[in-house]
Design a protein. Structure first.
Length: 312
């Protein structure tokens, strides 16, 4: 028979990456009923694995080897017992990660500045994807234990093992089966918690975005009201300016040295110098208007380019 045992193992990473890896060991067993001998082939994920060391330690000691005589599912049990306890540590590590993130989400006050972002949501989704592998792995592990139990019953029927060895092996396998069922239920529970935390985080971010949009809308409305008020003020200033500007212009014009009155009250105009006023004022006014027109066109072109970039 051939079967595969999947298990978690600490990979020793210390750079902030995931410190756990899911690995597997392939096991092949061929049992000869007539000679009551077994041939085992193990394919380990790496050299000097924990199961490999245990098996070498067993084979190097005649005392330990004789103590296991008659235990035909020996290698399968050894691989199970070597890595089975790692599942508890593995799930405890990821449950701790979930509790850390869920604590941040639950303690969030929506009216204050959030310490949450979409990167945390991505972390939760990655954690969920990581643990989604566990229920089928545990289901496969339960089926493997049932296969070993069936194989142990077959060995007893063929007289290959004693009833005492058969009973002890069955009890050991039954304990592993109950533990695997418990691990499977725990993995399902942790997955439910991760999904609930991810949903809560998503809802919190949406509510914060809505609150921010409402504040922006309110501020925009207030700004528009102020703009309307400022526009009214500008119109009043414009009207007042239009009322006083002609009289001010006439007063300024006649107040220049180009105009004078003689002792009899007659107005005298210095025509020889009056042209200088218009020669300077008209080009200066034209230059001012041209500069304003150029600035206005440049701003409109820049606004058009920005609008095209946003559409692209």
């Amino acid at each position: 028979m051939t079967f595969v045992v999947k298990f978690p193992e600490n990979n020793g990473r210390t750079d902030g990456a995931d410190p756990w890896s899911i690995r597997q060991t392939g096991i092949y067993q061929s049992f000869d009923v007539t000679t009551k001998t077994s041939v085992w082939i193990l394919i380990n994920p790496r050299q000097n694995s924990a199961a490999d060391k245990r098996l070498k330690d067993l084979l190097s000691s005649e005392e330990k080897l004789s103590a296991t005589e008659g235990q035909l599912p020996l290698v399968g049990l050894m691989v199970l017992s070597t890595y089975f306890g790692n599942w508890r540590t593995y799930m405890a590590f990821y449950e701790k990660e979930e509790l850390r993130m869920s604590g941040k989400v639950i303690s969030t006050i929506i009216d204050e500045e959030l310490n949450l972002n979409h990167s945390m949501l991505l972390q939760l989704r990655r954690l969920e994807a990581r643990l989604l592998l566990l229920p089928p792995i545990f289901q496969s592990l339960i089926q493997l234990i049932q296969t070993l139990q069936t194989m142990n019953d077959a060995f007893l029927a063929d007289g290959a093992v004693s009833s005492e060895t058969h009973k002890a092996t069955q009890e050991t396998l039954q304990n592993y089966s109950r533990a695997a069922v418990a691990y499977q239920q725990n993995a399902t529970f942790i997955l439910q918690k991760i999904r609930a935390t991810a949903q809560m985080l998503s809802d919190t971010l949406k509510m914060k975005h809505q609150q921010t949009a409402e504040k922006i809308s309110k501020n925009t409305l207030e700004l528009n009201n102020k703009v309307v008020q400022d526009s009214g003020t500008i119109r009043v200033i414009t009207v007042v300016t239009l009322l006083f500007l002609p009289g001010q212009f006439i007063a300024t014009l006649f107040g220049m040295q180009f105009f004078s009155t003689d002792p009899t009250g007659s107005l005298t105009v210095s025509r020889a110098s009056l042209w200088m006023f218009f020669a300077i004022a008209v080009p200066f006014t034209a230059a001012t208007f041209a500069y304003w027109k150029w600035t206005d066109r440049k701003q409109k072109m820049k606004a058009r380019v920005d609008e095209m970039e946003m559409k692209c």
